[in-house]
Design a protein around this ligand. Sequence first.
Ligand SMILES: Cc1ncc(C[n+]2csc(CCOP(=O)(O)OP(=O)(O)O)c2C)c(N)n1
Length: 199
Amino acid sequence: MKRADCIKALYPELHDRLVVTIMGACAQELYDLGHCDNFFYLEHAMGLASSIGLGLAMNLPHEKVVVLDGDGSVLMNLGGLATLARYRPSNLTHIIFDNGSLLSTGGFASHTTAGITDLAAIARGAGCPKVSLVTELYQFLEAAADAFEGNEMATIVAKVEAVGPDHYGMDLKLPENAFIFERYIKQRKQARQQVAGNK
Ligand SMILES: Cc1ncc(C[n+]2csc(CCOP(=O)(O)OP(=O)(O)O)c2C)c(N)n1
């Protein structure tokens, strides 16, 4: 299974959700499908996409939040899984694409390579309430649909090949991405408040 295929299949379901990705290959694969104002590609702060997703989900209970993470990034912030488990906002879906590799920086093996470290087991052990491990695209789509329809924080560990895009580059710098993302959130909040005020 390839991450790019997973993201492509998920893409139509992402338009009404706040999406936070890790940097590099994963971000590029989503961006290449067509950037939307509700996508935030976290650069530099490796490991913290899920922590940003957690903060968004807890502070914006009306929004649905999706984090597209990587094994190397999760391994860099393992304590984050316990924090996610503790607060477990029901509007958060955490997808970990486990390619066993630090792909974006040259393809060095990560601890999940050759099955050494089991991230789904770690997430379960951390207390994450709904963890699935998937290896096939149809399983990924079933798990994602289940996560999006359910009302419990979901963690999906998707085993994918260590392959990425053949190019890197976005016509969008981090500050611009952050400002647009923030404005998108504010505008939706205002629109909701307006509707509530009109009732
Ligand atoms: C603290 C820190 N260390 C290292 C890096 C360099 N770096 C950027 S992406 C990356 C690999 C990320 O691996 P993973 O989360 O598995 O995603 P993949 O690249 O495999 O898609 C590394 C090491 C960084 N940005 N920040």
